[in-house]
Design a protein around this ligand. Structure first.
Ligand code: SF4
Ligand code: SF4
Length: 483
């Protein structure tokens, strides 16, 4: 029975009209861009595998310790109290991606994305080695083909281990791989699931990741404009397309009765058969295009053989392809640039003015104050210090205002391990005359480490109503600046 609703001729480049998957076996085009991309890809793979072993300032170059909420990036450790800094960093990365996309299009997809790098320069080359190159009559020995999946599994496990090293550190990881998985079941499960996902992706899902799963790919239409750099086909030069007949100087166009002048595209389909997402770039810019430049290399090769200028498919903006002048000063580029500069400025300020110690001073719970036998007023406090340096530190704590005030702690100087937070209860003792008519007294406390670096915090102590200075009791406790 004929279906009532016929499918569109092309819904997705990897979908047959009956809904089944159209498996792609792109023919590699080893042109100038392919060689450059391969060099970049191997550099990125080396970086990914090598970074967990690299140490800067005696710390891992990158360690994302989620369990302890500590992130080490290139010698600097971000603690939980650095949340604003990390949030700013993440926002900065997003704005940088938007900016790069507005200017350079999907250059990340084609040159830097791990999906492209590993699929196109590790897994597909292995597949071609074991199963033969598409379109090539030379086939490797039959016994090689079954090795493909075991090798894929081994590589996926290797990548998953490397990925795990970014979260637990290479020393911990190397220790774990020498032990039974039962001694560390959760990390083992994480590694096993990551291996399975990689295996699924590189052996089966492949270009579907870019076409239907990747959110970055789906957002291209809003991030690009007509001035962004894309891989494009020059219609004005290529159309109408037509085949060159061997020994015939005239050119014929498919479907045309009479030979007539045709463009440079000879409709050889090399740009289509090489495309890893299965699209025809001559149909215009499409969301599936990951800007991998394979069609440029394929077409340049054809043009060179035909002794015509290369660049029928090339990197260009849609504006310049239409013959209109391009401009770098486009609204979205300017907006992203300003946002990026503001974020970089804020990040630099936060990093340069970051204190080596974080201080929080809280009033004690329960009775707000008590009067001592000497008539002085005592209020309980809690002092939280976070040592943000790489060395153990001892902090001296004293009251600098009002003069004559004292702070009593069990341990003063108070020692704190590197990167750790410590809380100590104590009391602040003040003269009764310091309290104003509202029964409050502004207090300033100074924290000094062995290097002489100081930090001050202010708070309002409560006491009996008197005749001295006074502030509203609701005044929050706040940190003062560094001296
Ligand atoms: S590779 Fe170039 S000449 Fe061949 S079909 Fe594509 S655009 Fe036309
Ligand atoms: S159209 Fe060209 S650049 Fe885009 S994905 Fe296909 S081969 Fe790569």
């Amino acid at each position: 029975m004929e279906s009532l609703l016929q499918p569109e001729a092309r819904v997705l480049s990897t979908l047959n009209s009956d809904g089944s998957r159209r498996w792609l076996t792109p023919r590699p085009s080893r042109g100038r861009f392919w060689h450059r991309r391969r060099a970049v890809a191997y550099g990125l793979i080396t970086l990914f595998v090598g970074l967990p072993y690299l140490r800067i300032n005696d710390k891992p170059a990158v360690l994302l310790d989620i369990v302890h909420r500590e992130f080490t990036l290139f010698g600097r450790t971000f603690l939980p109290t650095d949340t604003p800094l990390l949030a700013l960093l993440i926002v900065g990365v997003f704005v940088a991606v938007f900016f790069a996309t507005a200017v350079l299009g999907r250059v990340w997809c084609g040159w830097g994305c791990p999906q492209t790098v590993y699929l196109e320069f590790v897994f597909r080359p292995l597949e071609r080695l074991l199963q033969g190159e598409p379109g090539s009559p030379r086939k490797p020995a039959a016994w090689l083909a079954p090795l493909k999946l075991p090798i894929y599994l081994f590589l996926s496990a290797l990548l998953a281990h490397t990925f795990l090293a970014y979260f637990v550190g290479i020393e911990t990881l190397l220790g774990w791989v020498q032990q039974s998985p039962l001694r560390h079941p959760v990390p083992f499960m994480v590694m096993a699931v990551t291996t399975g996902l990689m295996m699924f992706d590189f052996a089966f899902f492949r270009e579907q990741m870019c076409i239907i799963a990747c959110p970055y790919g789906r957002m291209q239409s809003v991030m690009l404009d007509r001035g962004s750099l894309v891989v494009g086909y020059d219609r004005s030069r290529g159309e109408p397309r037509g085949k060159v007949k061997r020994g015939d100087v005239r050119l014929k166009i498919a479907g045309a009765d009479e030979p007539r002048a045709v463009g440079d595209c000879v409709d050889c389909l090399r740009c289509v058969t090489t495309c890893p997402t299965g699209i025809d770039i001559r149909d215009g810019l499409q969301m599936e295009c990951v800007a991998c430049t394979q069609c440029i290399d394929a077409c340049d090769d054809v043009m060179t053989k035909l002794k015509r200028p290369t660049g029928l498919i090339r990197y260009a903006s849609q504006r310049s392809m239409e013959g209109r002048p391009g401009t770098a000063f486009r609204p979205r580029v300017l907006i992203y640039s300003v946002m990026l500069l503001v974020i970089i400025g804020a990040l630099a300020t936060l990093l340069l003015t970051a204190s080596p110690v974080d201080v929080r001073l809280l009033r004690g719970r329960g009775q707000p104050y008590s009067i001592g036998t000497d008539g002085r007023v005592m209020g309980t406090v809690q002092l939280k210090l976070t040592n943000r340096t790489d060395r153990p530190a001892a902090y001296s704590v004293r009251v600098i205002q009002p003069v004559g005030g004292e702070v009593h702690l069990d341990e003063n100087p108070m020692s704190v391990e590197p990167g750790q937070m410590r809380t100590q209860g104590g009391s602040v003792v003040l003269g009764r005359d310091e309290f104003g008519a509202l029964g409050t007294c502004p207090v300033q406390i100074e924290i000094t480490d062995a290097s002489g670096s100081t930090k001050r915090v202010s708070f309002t102590a409560l006491g009996p109503a008197g005749t001295g200075r006074s502030v509203e009791p609701s005044t929050p406790i706040r940190e003062g600046g560094r001296k």
